[in-house]
Write a protein that binds this ligand. Structure first.
Ligand code: SAM
Length: 278
């Protein structure tokens, strides 16, 4: 198999810098550079694009992103042990890789980049959902980023792309699909990682729409959806009671039966209810 770049194989990088995986940091590394280049390609054409990568680790996906032509990669890594390996990559791609050591939850990394911006990451599972929700709920839409290409545990990926009536349909599906096109781009078995996690994984691609699919105030919609799915087995007239004393009238006004459950309500209907309540 031809090498994708002039850097050493990732197994050698891990041995050289003694990067034994730490469970607490969600470290399941991708060591096949053809696979990381394939994941990078799911982000679309990266030429002329700045890329934010959270958790580069030994740099497998980082190398994929650079090989695929990213204008610049900004990588935020919490584990200082990875920095020398990332410095080696930066030396081979002068001016194209910047690394910030720190916690991605504490750093406003997007402020360092120039649009168009793509976010691409093999996320640590413990912070993945929180980062996704932050990226999906900026104060203004469209956001500064154009697309998200993110690795999740398969069950989380299914929650992002789920449709009304699916078991996985919930707050994450509504937040994601209200303002993005979202689909599962790749499935990965545990053996694709080192060490292999207990679960399967999937890469989700989300493309920000220029405007939300349906009109609604984001804060009101988030409240409605949070209340509805917080008690997902309850009828909406019960789960949404806290939002308005006249909730049954509001539900009827937008054509949602008050006896319906949140898991069967479309994004369009949730938006209509949010407008009615605003
Ligand atoms: N991208 C590498 C790969 O694909 O092989 C590593 C992926 S590994 C699943 C997750 C990476 O995120 C690890 O390198 C870990 O140290 C890093 N990490 C964990 N929590 C983080 C946080 N809060 N902020 C930034 N990086 C974090």
């Amino acid at each position: 198999m031809p090498a994708i770049d002039s850097l050493p194989p990732l197994r050698d990088v891990i041995a050289t810098y003694e990067l034994s995986a730490k469970k607490a940091l969600g470290q399941n590394f991708l060591l096949d550079l053809n696979l990381t280049a394939k994941i990078a390609r799911q982000a679309g054409d990266l030429s002329g694009t700045d890329v934010l990568e959270v958790g580069p680790g030994p740099g497998g996906l980082t190398r994929g992103l650079l090989v695929e032509g990213a204008r610049k990669v900004l990588a935020v890594e919490k584990d200082a042990r990875c920095l020398p390996a990332l410095a080696e990559i930066a030396a081979v791609y002068p001016g194209r890789l910047e690394v910030i050591e720190g916690d991605a939850l504490q750093i406003d990394a997007l402020a360092h980049l120039t649009p168009p911006i793509a976010i691409c990451a093999n996320l640590p599972y413990n912070v993945g959902t929180e980062l996704l929700v932050r990226w999906l709920t900026p104060a203004v839409w469209p956001p500064v980023w154009s697309s998200l290409t993110l690795m999740f545990q398969k069950e989380v990926a299914q929650r992002i792309v789920a449709k009304p009536g699916d078991k996985a349909y919930g707050r994450l599906a509504v937040l994601a699909q209200w303002r993005c096109d979202a689909y599962i781009a790749m499935h990965l078995p545990p053996e694709a990682f080192s060490p292999p996690p207990k679960v399967s994984s999937a890469v989700v691609h989300l493309r920000a729409l220029p405007a939300p699919r349906f009109e609604a105030d984001a804060k009101v919609l988030e409240r409605v959806v949070a209340a509805g799915f917080n008690q997902r087995r309850k009828m909406l007239r019960a789960s949404l009671k806290g939002l308005s004393p006249d909730i049954e009238d509001h539900l009827n006004a937008v054509g949602i039966p008050p006896t319906e459950r949140a898991e069967r309500v479309s994004i369009e209907a949730f938006c209509a209810l949010a407008r009615q309540l605003a």
